[in-house]
Design a protein around this ligand. Sequence first.
Ligand SMILES: [Fe+2]
Length: 471
Amino acid sequence: MGLKWKSDKHINIIVVIFGVLGLMAEVCNGGITSNYVRNDDLGRDMPLDSDVFRVPPGYNAPQQVHITQGDHVGKGVIVSWITPDEPGSSTVVYWAENSEVKHSAQGIILTYKYFNYTSGFIHHCTIHNLEFDTKYYYEVGIGNTTRQFWFTTPPSVGPDVPYTFGVIGDLGQTHDSNRTLTHYELNPAKGQTVLFVGDLSYADDYPFHDNARWDTWGRFVERNAAYQPWITTVGNHEIDFAPHLNETKPFKPYTNRYHVPYKAAHSTSPLWYSIKRASAYIIVLSSYSAYGKYTPQYKWLEKELPKVNRTETPWLIVIMHCPLYSSYVHHYMEGETMRVMYEKWLVEHKVDVVFSGHVHAYERSERVSNIAYNIVNGLCNPISDQSAPVYITIGDGGNLEGLVTEMTEPQPSYSAYREASFGHGIFDIKNRTHAYFSWHRNQDGYAVEADSLWFHNRYWKRFQESSVAAL
Ligand SMILES: [Fe+2]
């Protein structure tokens, strides 16, 4: 009996030791939670008389000029702007840097009302059949109030074309927003196109969804968005659904102001679409449109993913507003239903990276998947999966709602790095096999990388590995 008791005691001690070790392993299992603690003052809007919001001089001068890709491959550009006083001209005059020949394209004019607000005259003009890799100047407006800008078209689509994307989310129009945009502009990596992961102006945070705040935001970002395309997805602040104001058409301000080339991607809605740009295939999804089985977005994505030819565009990037993996307390698990629907496809099709916003902080995941669960098998934990994308939450553009600092503890094993600071990202594609991602905080110098990761392309990686194995 004594011997039995002793061995039981030993077993108990061993169990306790292993239990403690197990707990420690669990606690230590996650990645890095930065110990940088930013003060969590709410962001303050820039005053309305700030120079960033200045109305350009001259009668009916075009304002809020912004561009985005205008076709599926990068030979088209959509130019959008607003004239405040009268419709004016919807023509864009444009010419290549090295050419005397001027061309023109004719656009359309829209207006909309939202509660007690009436918009200016919103112009959208698509320019087609541009040359790849060419700098173009363009001019909008008439008479004494023409304004001139420029953009550079991307190189022809191909597998080894280097290209640099900026990644910005949840921007708003505070002093922090301005710091984020300035840091992006002055980043020596020189982003060529912005992937914007939703929540643009935060106009809906003001009384009656004050749509004049869409105008101030448009003037604020013009200094960048008129010169390089912003590829936008919608966030919850674009929904603008307000039955108490008798405004029941979701996304009304956004869809009037921001046009995207969704028809070229065979989509039936501007809220989800795709483009090719250089060596990247970018799929834009809407977290706030129906995505269940049989819905238009589901059917579109189901057909879209198999179309991606990774020998032409090796880098498969998905942007959506609500993250599928986030370990912050705020908005925790809000992306869960979409994860259940689409994660399996993202893994099957070896998506390289998913960029999201919504959570006002930064987080980068490990490559994990959680797709084995079938109700009865109990397999419902994220596991390491080299076919899975890296999920990057970058909703830290800096808006009036401030940062979220509360994190779930312990840091889960799927979370590689997390920090509540404002900033932006750079996704720098080098060739078909390698891309470099860096996250830049506003409190650092322009070239400082607070977090970074080399990406090995998910499609080409297996060929690299098999060639190494054959050596
Ligand atoms: Fe959001």
